[in-house]
Ligand binder design. Structure first.
Ligand code: C5P
Length: 402
């Protein structure tokens, strides 16, 4: 493996005594490692040990003129090809999730644009606390990768989830994170969220899509080094790091935005729930009851929207085009028919009749279908992990094509 530059951030949990082993595993793979210790981290592992193992001075303070003079904190953040946080305490996870920058470690984590791998370790009750779990969800949505924690006997005497993953596993995940810059130079277009089709000045037709799946895909593409264009219907989700977001409302606007980037795209993923129909005419003024005859209903005339996925699939050339199918019954058969009708390279089908997956949820259970008739059913997974599995599949398709 080619040696890369790894910044290892060590926070203050008892598991920090395993950090020298992580450093050894990383340097054995040929990587250059620099360490940043939090104040508490330095209580558990000796800076001198880490300095000897890495051959680089260990940084601990934001305001130490000598340390800062040798390599400034922004320089350090830019230097890294990947950043690994191990062990990550509940406190560091909270600071990272909330964007605090109150010491060197948190400041560097906020300043870096390198992909991030986090290995949490803590007491099981701290791990399971809703605050920690909410922070994890936030970080996952931003594209942070996690390894562990494992379940077992904890240093605090409790049994449960909270053990730091084994050093070799953390090193292997770091390798994956680095190797996964496999989409460097590729432009990836992802559509996300639902569209909004105006009826009048205040009302619209829309759907339950939250955009979570599409945003997770965009974050994953950015992690893999792609230039990412996220074409998003109205959504409250934060734009993932390294992603350029284009906001649209209607299906027609979405079509224009997708086509505008189509030429340079290598991969197009239509994760958005695009309305199939729109009101034939949108009234510029609010439609008022008073304007209608007493007791009269309101008839809405709907017209078909262009099918963007079918259109770009037909024109795709060398591009990989991925579609989504939200099905409420007979999922596999319906998805097979849709794959054929749309003509894309990969169809991701999800069963929206499940309460724990599909629209608005944080997890998804999908089936991946390809035109050769193969299908792969994935278990229920957090959407960022589903996104990673979808990209593994896309990359395989690209390799096969080469
Ligand atoms: O036909 P249906 O709407 O169920 O297909 C879903 C898939 O087609 C999704 O990938 C969605 O993004 C795409 N689609 C589209 N343009 C439409 C409707 C759906 O690209 N007008």
């Amino acid at each position: 493996m080619n040696g890369r530059r790894i910044l290892l951030v060590v926070s203050g949990g008892i598991a920090a005594y395993k950090v020298p082993e992580i450093v050894r595993a990383l340097t054995r793979s040929g990587h250059e490692v620099r360490c940043v210790l939090t104040a508490a981290g330095a209580e558990f592992v000796s800076p001198l040990v880490l300095q000897s193992l890495t051959g680089n001075a260990v940084r601990q303070s934001l305001f130490d003129a000598g340390e800062e003079g040798a390599i400034g904190h922004i320089e350090l953040a830019d230097w890294a090809d990947a950043v690994v946080v191990a062990p990550a305490t509940a406190n560091l996870l909270a600071r990272l999730a909330h964007g605090l920058a109150d010491d060197l470690a948190s400041t560097v984590l906020l300043a870096t644009r390198a992909p991030l791998l986090v290995a949490p370790a803590m007491n099981v009750n701290m791990w399971e606390h809703p605050a920690t779990q909410a922070n994890l969800t936030t970080l996952r949505e931003r594209g942070v990768r996690f390894v562990g924690p494992d379940a077992g006997e904890l240093a605090c005497g409790w049994e449960g989830q909270g053990r730091l993953s084994p050093p070799e596993e953390i090193a292997a995940e770091t390798g994956l994170l680095l190797g996964s810059l496999s989409l460097a130079g590729a432009c990836v277009v992802v559509s996300a969220g639902g569209t909004r089709e105006p009826i009048d000045a205040v009302r619209s037709l829309t759907n339950r899509s939250s955009g979570k799946m599409g945003y997770a895909l965009a974050a994953e593409a950015a992690l893999r080094g792609a230039e990412v264009r996220l074409i998003s219907g109205p959504s409250h989700l934060p734009t993932p790091a390294g992603v350029e977001r284009i906001d649209v409302e209607t299906s027609l606007e979405m079509r224009d935005a997708v086509l505008a980037d189509f030429e340079r795209a290598a991969i197009v993923i239509m994760a958005a729930a695009v309305a199939d129909f729109r009101p034939a005419e949108a009234s510029e003024r609010k439609i008022k009851k008073e304007d209608l005859a007493e007791d009269a209903g309101l008839q809405l005339q709907l017209v078909r929207n262009p099918d963007i996925l079918a259109e770009i699939s037909a024109e795709r050339g060398n591009r990989i085009v991925v579609g989504f199918a939200a099905e409420s019954h007979d999922v596999l058969a319906a998805a097979r028919r849709k794959l054929k009708r749309k003509g894309c390279d990969l169809l991701v089908a999800n069963d929206i009749s499940r309460a724990d997956a599909g629209f608005e949820t944080d997890e998804n259970a999908v089936i991946l279908l390809t035109p050769d008739g193969a299908s792969e059913e994935l278990p229920l997974l957090p959407k960022p992990e589903v996104a990673a599995r979808i990209f593994d599949r896309i990359e395989k398709l690209r390799e096969d094509r080469r």
